[in-house]
Design a protein. Structure first.
Length: 279
């Protein structure tokens, strides 16, 4: 990890949606290093510390929501991989996530394989800074270039993650990607997250996280009832599960947010962690 001569690696080439990978990495690393950590992610800390990035520009958001989201994704993956220990996990637009190592720690006997799909600058950073593994393949391409689907071994099951991806796509691109996965990977599952549907109305140019940084626009979202209806509108989707919010630390993240998340009255106004099963 890191560079042999101790020099940090410049990540300033990341722009647009790819740059959000630095924001989420910083949040996860901060939470993993906290004395009352809510996520066990030593690899995220090492990765952040190996990068020469002005993380302060992202503002004060120290990432409980990012760590909690990763926990929700991990739980869904662990459930699937417990039943399909040799499955292939496809991490679409993976950015600087370190999920492979968290899941390997959680399931030491599993032999799942991992395919990272992301743009070349991200793949380059991953290959320089993260340990290589014979179980990990990197594909330097857009998730919307569907040729990646041909590289996936489907014989032992497929689990697809799209963490922090779909909201940045145009609605037809996002729906096209979900539809393509449903069509290509029967028997597989896909997990993704979406922001509250109000975000695209209230922040069409993207939300500011600090004076120096604005998160890119999020043109795509669906409410909980629209998500539930995917069973009827997308061929190949057999079931849609609205996943609960894992507990974080402190009154709001431990009590208020997870309870708010479960309320019937607010379901269509909050964001979503969604698991879809392909028939």
């Amino acid at each position: 990890m890191g560079h042999p001569d101790g020099e940090k690696i410049d990540a300033s080439a990341l722009a647009g949606v790819s740059e959000t990978a630095l924001l989420t990495l910083n949040g996860r690393a901060h939470q993993a290093a906290h004395p009352r950590a809510i996520i066990d992610d030593p690899m995220a800390i090492r990765l952040r510390d190996a990068l020469d990035v002005d993380f302060e520009k992202f503002g004060r958001r120290k990432g409980q929501e990012m760590a909690v989201r990763s926990l929700a994704f991990d739980r869904a993956a662990i459930r699937y991989l417990s039943d399909h220990p040799k499955a292939t996990v496809v991490a679409l637009a993976e950015g600087l996530q370190t999920s492979f190592w968290r899941l390997t720690e959680a399931l030491p006997d599993a032999a799942f394989r991992w395919v990272t799909v992301d743009f070349a600058p991200i793949i380059e950073l991953r290959e320089r800074l993260l340990p290589s593994s014979p179980r990990v393949i990197n594909l330097a391409q857009s998730a919307l270039d569907y040729s990646w689907t041909d590289a996936i071994d489907t014989s032992d099951g497929v689990f697809i993650t799209a963490e922090g991806l779909l909201m940045y796509l145009q609605p037809d691109e996002a729906m096209g990607l979900i539809t393509q996965c449903a069509n290509r990977f029967p028997g597989g599952q896909m997990v993704f997250d979406l922001p509250p549907v109000m975000v695209k109305k209230f922040a069409p140019k993207g939300m500011r996280s600090s004076r120096r940084y604005r998160v890119p626009p999020m043109p795509f979202s669906l409410s909980a009832s629209e998500l539930a209806d995917l069973v009827n509108t997308v061929p190949g989707i057999a079931a849609v599960h609205d996943l609960p919010m894992p507990k974080g630390r402190g009154f709001f993240f431990e009590k208020v947010f997870p309870a708010f998340w479960q309320l019937k009255a607010t379901r269509n106004f909050r964001g979503a962690y969604t698991l879809v099963e392909f028939g």
